[in-house]
Design a protein around this ligand. Sequence first.
Ligand code: NAG
Ligand code: NAG
Length: 188
Amino acid sequence: MGLFWAVFFLALTHLSVASSPDCQDLVKPFMPENPKMVFGKWVYVMGAGEPKPYHKALESLKSSWVELSPTSDSQIVTLRWGDNCFNRCNLGEVNATVSGLATTFRKNLSDHKGHILQTCSDCLLWTDTFRNMDVTGRYMLQFTRTGKINPKDTEIFSKQLQCLNFPENYHSYDGKTELCPDDMESTN
Ligand SMILES: *[C@@H]1O[C@H](CO)[C@@H](O)[C@H](O)[C@H]1NC(C)=O
Ligand SMILES: *[C@@H]1O[C@H](CO)[C@@H](O)[C@H](O)[C@H]1NC(C)=O
């Protein structure tokens, strides 16, 4: 009897160590001490959305980059993007407001509020919820400097999706579709 309970409790403890504390660490909102770690250009590698139509929408995102730049106001970050969607490039720019760990901005009529998560080095992991009129949804998007990622880091991303209850059949950049030309770069 004593042994049974000991084993039972061991098993329980083991289970909880394997799952929840793990998730807590993996999805803790994060702000790097050195903001330079988030500034600059990032290439979309993979992502998931929720509910379904937003997850599906990522299928048509053939390539995407974002660029984050500081402004003279430490709470305002300029977000620029180039999305290759349905063989068209959508370039845009907004000022995002950083408040503590949360960042808010409006893109394509949707109000986004999100934060970054711990991820590999030279990687940026973003998750947000957005509202467009009475419609709400969530995204989780992984970026790297190069558009490539190590298989090991892909596994961690998968785990993070699970922790936050996103669809696990995430979409990935094919690594081939050209990035939308950046009009700011060509004028330099
Ligand atoms: C962002 O803020 C800067 C400085 O306040 C301003 O010059 C710029 O026009 C703003 N950009 C957008 C897209 O609102
Ligand atoms: C922008 O929003 C409109 C209307 O909500 C939607 O039809 C369109 O697909 C969105 N475009 C992008 C690039 O997300």
